[in-house]
Write a protein that binds this ligand. Structure first.
Ligand SMILES: Nc1ncnc2c1ncn2[C@@H]1O[C@H](COP(=O)(O)OP(=O)(O)OP(=O)(O)O)[C@@H](O)[C@H]1O
Ligand SMILES: O=P(O)(O)OC[C@H]1O[C@](O)(CO)[C@@H](O)[C@@H]1O
Ligand SMILES: [Mg+2]
Length: 440
């Protein structure tokens, strides 16, 4: 499947200008902790995968490494840059904005950086959103706050109108900080730019608390979000243990991917059951979830259940379901449904239950980034700036097997990163919770 992977990144032209950061990379060669710009970060990292390619080292698929280049494409003194944040909130958005602005200004000497307000609406005249001049003063301290100083939005905008706006402002670079939808939008923008024969770099910094963008080890903000979610699981555990036959039921964000649920559940190892969209489960029957839950509560006196919001949607399919402004399918509230099913099941079996349901919802994504994510945001932002100044386009920055790399935008939206039911993360969840591999 991976044989046909196109990992090549588009460039706007030859890099002829000496980079102000050139001295940093001069005479450096690849080591365990540094990848030279002419080197390649291999896609495969096991002997079996490499052997399976059946080709020599030169032909093995790999990503272009991130980092500063000796020579760049854009002349910093003439470079004009735009930044936009789109889609749902994520811890670290302000860290990324700030780091892009500081790196461009202080390291490269770029003097014109515009922020576009409320996602792609910021480019469209009818919304009347004034652009913001982004200077080191404007971004000072913004990383202390959650959210994004630029605002965000959902809903599609005309890519031709967006490119009109980029041309009117004579922009050379656009940074899009957003999720899969935002990257789809960014790719359309890049395609219109190419149609018009313009030299404008479009660089994505992938943002998703759900960790659902593929080919990046983990997305920024994910660690902060699941860290915040652990507080809710801890609370549910304390509540459940304090009462006879206590059940703590926690629902966590995660539209199609259960990473937040798995990581938050593992962090304090208090969860007894984790239900995610990737692993279907039966509620009813002898081997169903409800029967297991009742047996555990009867045996141990309490239980903690963590569900990802995208889990169990099949139980609510009969209810009408719309889409949000961006066309994302709206989810049914499975947590609320499960709460009722647990109450009903315990009542039918004449078993006492004291259930506390907690859904921290937006509280896990509206917080400032934790120190780990802040560091990650700075490093992603720097990699994005280096890529843009070197004339790369239609790509996103990411970290693959610990190394910063350039990932073609088309590849980053070609699939969804999900918990692999056959992978080692889910195996760890099964080991830590002792829940059966399958319910039903
Ligand atoms: N196929 C597409 N073509 C053009 N624009 C798109 C496309 N899909 C989404 N967009 C636009 O990208 C922006 C963000 O998309 P969306 O609301 O789906 O969030 P996202 O970036 O996927 O983030 P998240 O899923 O983490 O909230 C919206 O303005 C949306 O209309
Ligand atoms: O309610 P909103 O802002 O549209 O976004 C909710 C969705 O966004 C996400 O946080 C992803 O960004 C999902 O986990 C969640 O389902
Ligand atoms: Mg999305």
């Amino acid at each position: 499947m991976t044989d046909s992977l196109d990992l090549s990144v588009k460039t706007l032209g030859t890099c002829r200008i000496s980079s102000p950061l050139g001295t940093l990379v001069q005479n450096r060669r690849s080591t365990l902790h540094y990848v030279d710009e002419t080197d390649v970060v291999l896609f495969d990292d096991t002997r079996t995968m490499v052997a399976g390619r059946g080709v020599g080292a030169e032909e093995l698929p790999g990503f272009e490494p991130g980092g500063p280049r000796g020579r760049i494409f854009f002349d910093p003194s003439k470079t004009r840059v735009g930044i936009v944040t789109c889609g749902g909130l994520c811890p670290g958005l302000n860290d990324v904005i700030r780091a892009i602005v500081l790196e461009l200004t202080n390291r490269y000497g770029v003097q014109r950086i515009y922020g576009f307000r409320n996602g792609y609406q910021g480019f469209v005249a009818k919304y009347g959103r004034a652009v913001v001049d982004l200077t080191p003063e404007v971004v000072s301290g913004i990383n202390e706050y959650g959210g994004t100083i630029l605002g965000t939005s959902r809903g599609q905008q005309d890519p031709y109108e967006i490119v009109d706006c980029l041309e009117q402002l004579s922009l050379n670079v656009l940074f899009v900080i957003g999720g899969d939808g935002s990257m789809r939008g960014a790719l359309r923008i890049a395609e219109v730019i190419a149609e018009r024969g313009r030299k404008i770099a479009v660089i994505g910094v992938p943002k998703t608390i759900d960790n659902d963008i593929p080919y990046i080890d983990q997305s920024f903000g994910f660690q902060t979000a699941f860290g915040k979610a652990t507080e809710t699981i801890r609370a549910a555990h304390v509540e459940a243990r304090a009462v006879p036959n206590g059940v703590g039921l926690v629902q966590l964000m995660g539209r199609h991917s259960g990473f937040i649920a798995c990581y938050a559940a593992l962090a304090n190892n208090d969860a007894d059951y984790v239900l995610i969209p990737e692993v279907p489960f039966a509620l009813d029957g002898d081997n169903g979830f409800l029967s297991h839950l009742r047996a555990r509560v009867t045996r141990r006196g309490h239980a903690v259940v963590v569900v990802a919001e995208g889990a169990g949607q099949e139980y609510l399919q009969h209810e009408p379901q719309g889409s949000d402004a961006s066309g994302n399918r709206k989810l049914h509230d499975f947590g609320v449904y499960l709460r009722k099913r647990i109450f009903d099941y315990f009542a039918e079996t004449d078993t006492e239950v004291n259930l506390k349901y907690i859904d921290p919802s937006y509280a896990i994504r509206s917080v400032p980034a934790n120190p780990y994510d802040s560091v990650y945001c700075i490093r992603l932002a720097h990699a994005a700036v280096h890529a843009a100044m070197a004339g790369r386009t239609e790509m996103v920055v990411g970290r693959w097997h610990g190394r910063f790399v350039h990932i073609p935008m088309a590849l980053a939206i070609s699939s969804r990163n999900q918990v692999d039911p056959e992978g080692d993360l889910w195996m760890t969840v099964l080991e830590a919770t002792n829940q059966p591999p399958r319910f039903g």
